[in-house]
Design a protein around this ligand. Sequence first.
Ligand code: HEM
Ligand code: NAG
Ligand code: NAG
Length: 489
Amino acid sequence: MASTLGNTLRMEKLDLAIGAGHGMTIPLILLATVAWWIWLRKKAHRESGLPGTFGLPFIGETLTYVAKMKTPLANFVDLKTQKYGPLFKSSLFFRETVFASDLETVKMIVAKEGRSFVSDYPTSFALLLGRFNGLNLQGENWKRLRRYVMSTIMRVDLLKERMADIEDLVVKTLDSWTDDGRTIYVEDETKTIAFNITAFIVLNLRPGKVSHTLQQDYYPLIEGMFSLPINLPWTIYGKAVKARERILKNLEEFLESRPVTDDVFGNYVKLLEEELPPGSPAGLKHEMGLDLITSLLFAGHDTTAATMVFAVKYIGENPNVLAELRKEHEELLSRKKPGERVNWDDCKTLTFSNNIITETLRMCNISTTVFRKSLEDIHVGEYVIPKGYQVLPYFRSVHFNPEIYPDPYTFNPFRYQESGGSKLPFFGFGGGARLCPGMDLARAELCLFLHHLVMKFESWELLGNDVVSFFPFPRLSKRLPIRVKRRKV
Ligand code: HEM
Ligand SMILES: *[C@@H]1O[C@H](CO)[C@@H](O)[C@H](O)[C@H]1NC(C)=O
Ligand SMILES: *[C@@H]1O[C@H](CO)[C@@H](O)[C@H](O)[C@H]1NC(C)=O
């Protein structure tokens, strides 16, 4: 249906072209080309054999999808999978879409990045994070950006040096969690921790006014990334556009006032000077640099903060997990000299802590899916994923498949210690060539966070019944209010 309407619209454009009164040959050739193209599309649809429906014309099933995403009760993909099986078509955000939720197909899609499939995020991402942000880039521009990120801020030796600073930012916030009966809203606190760390890593920005203003503007921006791009003052998207303008203005001011230019932004612009074809406009390099920074601040902070929130919740609900986690960190301290700091290599040895991070990410669905496009017709069993479809490998279904994760709705970090546990398929950081480049940094931040959480607090009480709202990212409706009990030392 959606495509039929699309075709009608294209036909109207063509009528206008004919009306404009060129000779007859060109319109005829055009008409024939369009008819042929439509015929090919129709054929592809028929032959794909994919179950599922495209829903309403144009808008497709977008509204149902968004409505169902907002409630944890009836997940759109679960309902559809029950009806049609693990591979089905739909139409979302004006695109013909295929959902894949069985392990083999999910693995295949992620592994064939750049060949049969390519990263293809919604236009609203490109509009709000900039067209040169990592997720929307493909080909040479993507490879250059990825190489640059991996060889600069994500270099292990650099991250090792920064552990003490990261730890200071974690400790500063946790030390402010007093146990005089006050309510702590964990979501607010962890957002600030994660933003301060990311701003420090990416911009060398120390907490202060600039950092605070930047941070506040990110939340309306993120909301807008998953909304319909209708730019009016009162729409979610319109507010996001305004937030982006303020972020860029503040970043520009900061970049102009910074004393050294030998940093993530400056060095990237220098690299572009060497690598872009000669004569590329200077404005382009500057724009690409800004897009790198804005997208790193986005990708690095809200994800990590949400993981911290859900870790506090799940550990708080499971005293046996808390006890085991504390044991691991006490043993770590007993191996270290008094006053010696927790470092990168320590975090690598903390198996149980890392299992908690994995299990938290599995349970809270921060990475539900990634956005891909098919570059060719792809045969999957008896079906064909036609070329040009939006393809969504649905990690969430794999993570909650009872045959892969027995008793999937239970938070159980011990499952990874059982035989075969270390081989469980996990897509919390994506996979394939686009595997999250910030994974090690995120794990290190979370390790330090968990360390101080269990060493400073005896326990915490979860106040209020938070409801999960899952759009665009998992959130708790009450921002996870807790009351803490400090440990006596
Ligand atoms: C718990 C925290 C995090 C989670 C759950 C997470 C998740 C993900 C996922 C699933 C992807 C894959 C997207 C795709 O394949 O299309 C990704 C990509 C990315 N992440 Fe993360 N991430 C986290 C933390 C970070 C941090 C701390 C940074 C950097 C400061 C970061 C920077 C990026 C970038 C730049 C990409 C794009 C990579 C590419 O397209 O090649 N992430 N992340
Ligand atoms: C993070 O930054 C904000 C403002 O930018 C500041 O108020 C806060 O104290 C900082 N937090 C930490 C843990 O340094
Ligand atoms: C994650 O997805 C599962 C399965 O759909 C659901 O049961 C669970 O409530 C979700 N968790 C969050 C935090 O949204």
